[in-house]
Design a binder for this molecule. Structure first.
Ligand code: 2PG
Length: 201
C-alpha cells in the first residue's frame, strides 16, 4: 500500500492581493507560512520517503517549512516545473475583482474554471493537466509503485488538474473543485495505484 499526499502551498502575496498569479514567482505571506506549519502539524505521524514539488518559490517554501517541522528535511526532494501553476497569460498580475468589473463574471469564471477554454494567451486546465499527468506517470507513479509514501506540494490549478485525473472527475465536476491554501488531500493506493481511501486533512 502506498500513500500520496497532495498539498497546496500556503497563502501567497498575490493570493492576499486577489491577483491572478499563474507563473508569477511570488513569496508566501506570514499567514501562508503559518498555514504550511498547520498542515505539517496535521501530518504529524506521517513518514515520507520522497517529495515532489513545483520549482516555484511559494511551493518550495511550503515544502521546506513542512519537512522541517516534520523532522524529515533529509528526504529526497524533486523540484520540477511540470508541477508549476497554470500559466494565466495576459491576466497575470491583474486584480480578479477589477477583471470581473471589466469583462463580467461569466467570462472571468470561464477563464478561471473551464477545462478547455484558456485565459487570453494562457494555458487551459486541459493543457496544464497534460504536463502534470505526464510528470505524475513518469516520475511520481514509479515511487508509489514501490510502496513509498510520497508528498507533493504544488498549486491550486496544477492540483485541480491532477485530482481530476486521479479521481476521474468530469470537466463539469472539476469546475466546482476549490482547494484552499495549505489544503492537503491524502490517498491510500493499492499496488495498481487504484485509490483505496482518500480524505482531506
Ligand atoms: O491566480 C492563480 O494563479 C490561481 C491560484 O491562486 O487563481 P484561481 O483560483 O483564480 O485560478
Amino acid at each position: 500500500m502506498s500513500l500520496l499526499v497532495l498539498v497546496r502551498h500556503g497563502q501567497s502575496v498575490s493570493n492576499l492581493q486577489n491577483v491572478f498569479t499563474g507563473s508569477l514567482d511570488v513569496a508566501l505571506t506570514p499567514k501562508g507560512e503559518q498555514e504550511a506549519q498547520e498542515t505539517a502539524t496535521k501530518l504529524r505521524g506521517f513518514h515520507f520517503d520522497t517529495a515532489f514539488c513545483s520549482d516555484m518559490l511559494r511551493a518550495r517554501r511550503t515544502l521546506d517549512i513542512m519537512l522541517r517541522q516534520l523532522g524529515q528535511a533529509d528526504i529526497p526532494t524533486h523540484y520540477n516545473a511540470a508541477l508549476n501553476e497554470r500559466y494565466y497569460g495576459n491576466l497575470q498580475g491583474l486584480n480578479k475583482a477589477d477583471t470581473v468589473q471589466k469583462y463580467g463574471e461569466e467570462q472571468v469564471d470561464q477563464w478561471r474554471r473551464s477545462y478547455d477554454v484558456a485565459p487570453p494567451d494562457g494555458e487551459s486546465l486541459h493543457q496544464t493537466q497534460d504536463r502534470v499527468v505526464a510528470y505524475y506517470e513518469q516520475a511520481i507513479a514509479p515511487s508509489l509503485q514501490q510502496g513509498q509514501h510520497v508528498l507533493v506540494v504544488a498549486h491550486g490549478n496544477s492540483l485541480r488538474a491532477l485530482r481530476m485525473y486521479l479521481e476521474h472527475f468530469s470537466a463539469e465536476h472539476v469546475k466546482g473543485l476549490e482547494i484552499p491554501t495549505g489544503g492537503a488531500r491524502v490517498y491510500e493506493l493499492d499496488n495498481a495505484l487504484h485509490i483505496k481511501e482518500m480524505s482531506d486533512l
